[in-house]
Design a protein. Structure first.
Length: 235
C-alpha cells in the first residue's frame, strides 16, 4: 500500500515510486513475450504503442493485484485499464522520447489517467531512463506542443521549448522490476540509448470510470490504430 506521504508526493510532484518489485519469473516471461512480439512484428523493435492489440496475454502483468491496489489509492475504486505500451529502447539504437504530456493525444474526457511504468531492465541516465519535470502536472492544463517529424522518435508530439522548466528535471533511476506511477498531466520524456544495455519498459494506463473513452479515435502513431475495448478492474 502507498503511505500517506507517498500519496502526497504523487499529488505534489506528479509521480511516486512505491516499495515494489515484480517477481523475476514474471520479468523473464515478459522478456520472452516481447522477443516473440518483435520477431512477428519487427516494426515494434523500439516501441509498440498498444501491445494488447497484438498480444492480449500481456494483460496478465497489468492485473498484478499489488499494482492495482496502488492505482486504486490514487484513482478510487472504479477504474479500468485502457492501454499498455512497450518501450524497448534497445542497446545502441534506442529511440528518444521527446518531452511531452500524454494527455495531449489521448481521447479521454474528462482527461484523467494514472500510468504505471514498469522497468524490465535497470534504468539509468546512460541507457535513457525516464525523466520527469517535477510538479509540471499541478495546474492540470495541457501545454503547447508541436509536431516533430524527426526520425528515431517514439512519439512525434513535442512540448514547445518555452514550456519546459529544466530546473525541475528528475531522472527516474529504477532497478529491474521496480515501478513508478505518474499523472496524466506530467511532462516527461527520455533521451536516446546509445549504451550497450537495453532499457526495456512496459506501461499500463488506468483511467477512472467517471471518464469516458472515445473508441472511434484514431491514434496517430507510426502505425495508426484504434482501441476497441477497455478492461474494468475488480480487485
Amino acid at each position: 500500500m502507498l503511505t500517506k506521504d507517498q500519496i502526497f508526493n504523487y499529488q505534489e510532484n506528479g509521480f511516486v515510486v512505491p516499495e515494489f518489485r515484480l517477481p523475476e519469473e514474471d520479468l523473464l516471461e515478459i522478456e520472452q513475450k516481447h522477443f516473440d512480439l518483435v520477431k512477428k512484428y519487427p516494426e515494434y523493435e523500439n516501441y509498440c504503442p498498444a501491445v494488447l492489440l497484438k498480444d492480449e496475454t500481456f494483460l496478465k502483468f497489468c492485473m498484478n493485484v499489488k499494482i492495482l491496489k496502488f492505482v486504486e489509492q490514487l484513482l478510487g475504486k472504479n477504474f479500468a485499464l485502457w492501454n499498455s505500451s512497450f518501450f524497448a529502447k534497445p542497446a545502441h539504437n534506442g529511440f528518444e522520447t521527446p518531452w511531452h504530456q500524454d494527455g495531449q493525444y489521448w481521447p479521454i474526457s474528462p482527461l484523467a489517467t494514472c500510468t504505471v511504468w514498469l522497468a524490465i531492465d535497470d534504468a539509468y541516465e546512460q541507457n535513457g531512463c525516464l525523466r520527469f519535470i517535477k510538479g509540471s502536472h499541478k495546474d492540470k492544463k495541457l501545454k503547447e506542443h508541436s509536431r516533430n517529424n524527426k526520425k528515431n522518435l517514439t512519439l512525434h508530439q513535442e512540448l514547445n521549448k518555452e514550456e519546459l522548466d529544466e530546473e525541475n528535471i528528475v531522472n527516474l533511476i529504477l532497478k529491474r522490476g521496480q515501478i513508478s506511477l505518474h499523472d496524466v498531466y506530467m511532462v516527461h520524456g527520455s533521451k536516446e540509448n546509445k549504451s550497450p544495455k537495453s532499457r526495456r519498459a512496459m506501461t499500463m494506463r488506468f483511467m477512472p470510470l467517471t471518464s469516458k473513452f472515445n473508441h472511434d479515435f484514431v491514434f496517430d502513431s507510426d502505425t495508426k490504430f484504434k482501441i476497441d475495448k477497455i478492461y474494468p478492474i475488480r480487485i
